[in-house]
Design a protein around this ligand. Sequence first.
Ligand SMILES: Cc1ncc(COP(=O)(O)O)c(C=O)c1O
Length: 395
Amino acid sequence: MHEATLRDRVAALLAASDRSNVPPFMVMDVMSAAERIEAAGGHVIHMEVGQPAAPAPTTAIAAARAALEGGRIDYTSALGIASLRERIAAHYSDTYGCAVDPGRIVVTTGSSGAFILAFLAMFEPRDRVAVTVPGYPPYRHILTALGCEPVLIETSFETRHALTGEALLAAHRKAPLRGVLVGSPANPTGTMMSRQALTHLIEAAQSTGVRFISDEIYHGLDYGFPAVTAAELSEQALVINSFSKYFCMTGWRVGWMVVPEPLLRPIERLQQNLAISVPTLSQIAAEAAFDGREEMEAIKRGYLENRRILIEGLPKAGLTKFLPADGAFYLYADVSDFTSDSFEFAKQMLKEAHVAATPGVDFDPFRGKNFVRFSYARSADDMREAVARIARWLG
Ligand SMILES: Cc1ncc(COP(=O)(O)O)c(C=O)c1O
């Protein structure tokens, strides 16, 4: 066979599907550049990564150790270990005063695993699902990979970057939506929805048959006012949460959903087939994590202090415009006074000031070039040093 033809045939055999063609996460490029600086002996302040610097609660680690000593780590039931599901249900009454049937809790492989199960159970290919911009990029990329159409709705400062019922209904009138997903506290903005805003949005969605998903992964990390769970407002809402952020358990890959009753069995069947069950050791650790709340509250107080250092320090350093830092551990700063290309801005800040942050273009294809996201999940000393370096760099 002719060499070129053979090459073409091999290329065709190995070609990736169109649906796998999702964009990369640009923060990864920033992380690689930071690694190169560190390899050359530089000291980078890491404010690009959205993960806690602290380890899992000691209670979780001890439980995992004890389970390992026990020897066998078996599959669990697809919906998760019963005692963990009960403990998660108890968390809703302890934290929000809201009764949730443990039978509606599904343990998942982080909230990332929950998105896949939820989207598969709720939507058909080509269904239109609204997500906000700025927003967490995998929402739209997972939807795309599953053949759904993410519908990007821009939010604004005026509504604390919350999606309003009016904006949702306007998008629905243009072309019908099947679902909507919102997160509060939000990534990358760090803003939160008030009880009233969340209530109105859920009512608007449900009045037109739009299915509602609430990503509550940053619950527990609320500073301005208490976060409200959609589980309290509607039994038809699907709630997603995770042990990754408040409980500092990113690498354990364990999260959960509160599922509307009719979706429970379909989700169980999907989980049985896609994953069998969530890693058992992580489930055991997660259950014990609830006993480590005191430790986690101390870490949260650290974030609060970091937030104070940035809110006071960044304006003095020259970054005067940022969104209300209501929750999570992000501060989303408007850098349009300095650049119209936040990717270049982040690159230069890393190269010259050795402060790593994430350009907004990852989160917002429209106006992200004006914004940079700072994560404040590390130490207070790091925050003070970052402010000083940015001040020197911009000054
Ligand atoms: C808003 C949001 N949702 C979900 C996730 C995924 O987290 P995990 O799969 O670790 O639970 C992240 C991670 O950064 C996030 O920021």
